[in-house]
Design a protein around this ligand. Structure first.
Ligand SMILES: [Fe+2]
Ligand SMILES: [Fe+2]
Length: 171
C-alpha cells in the first residue's frame, strides 16, 4: 500500500472516531490519540520529504502548521471536564477543524504529491507508515492504581475551574 492510500485509510478512522466522540465524550481520548499519532507519522513519512520539494514546500509547511493548531485545540479540550454540558462544543470545534484539514489534504496535497514523488518511493514510505502505525497504536499503557484515581477525583476542582484538576495535590 502506498503512503497516500495508507493516509486516506487512516483519515477514515479519524472521521469515524470524531463521529463516535460526538455521540459519546468518553471516545474523545481515542480520537485525540489517533489524531496525534497520525500527525507524527504523516510528518515523518510524508511532509518531511514533501517540504524539500520546491513546488510543494508551501503547502507542506501550511499543513504541518495546521497540525500544530489541531494539537492546541486538543490540549484545550483535554483541560475541559468530560462531563461538562459544553464539552461536546469542544469536540465539535476539534472535529470541524480536523475535517477541513483532512479534506484539503485529500483534495489538493495528496494529488500534488503523486505528481512529484515516484510511485516506488510512495510505496516504500507506505510500508514504513504502516509499520509505525501498528507499533504506535497498539501500545497498551498500564492503568494507574484505583486508589490513586480515587484520590485524584476527590481532589479535583469544581467544574467552574475547567483547568484546575487538582493533580498537583497528589503526593
Ligand atoms: Fe495532516
Ligand atoms: Fe492526514
Amino acid at each position: 500500500m502506498d503512503i497516500i492510500t495508507a493516509l486516506v485509510d487512516h483519515h477514515q478512522t479519524l472521521r469515524q472516531l470524531y463521529a463516535a466522540s460526538e455521540e459519546d465524550p468518553q471516545q474523545f481520548a481515542e480520537f485525540s490519540r489517533h489524531l496525534v499519532v497520525h500527525h507524527t507519522m504523516e510528518e515523518k513519512y510524508f511532509y518531511d520529504l514533501l517540504q524539500m520539494i520546491a513546488d510543494a514546500r508551501h503547502d507542506a509547511l501550511e499543513a504541518v502548521n495546521e497540525h500544530h493548531i489541531i494539537e492546541l485545540i486538543i490540549k484545550d479540550a483535554e483541560g475541559f471536564p468530560r462531563d461538562h454540558a459544553n464539552f461536546p462544543i469542544k469536540v465539535e470545534g476539534l472535529g470541524e477543524y480536523t475535517t477541513h484539514h483532512l479534506d484539503e489534504e485529500e483534495a489538493d496535497i495528496f494529488p500534488l504529491a503523486r505528481t512529484l514523488i515516484a510511485a516506488e518511493d510512495l510505496t516504500a514510505l507506505g510500508k514504513l507508515f504502516l509499520e509505525a502505525k501498528e507499533k504506535l497504536l497498539n501500545i497498551d499503557l498500564p492503568e494507574i492504581p484505583k486508589a490513586l484515581q480515587a484520590q485524584a477525583t476527590s481532589a479535583a476542582a469544581p467544574v467552574s475551574s475547567a483547568r484546575g484538576l487538582g493533580i498537583g495535590s497528589l503526593k
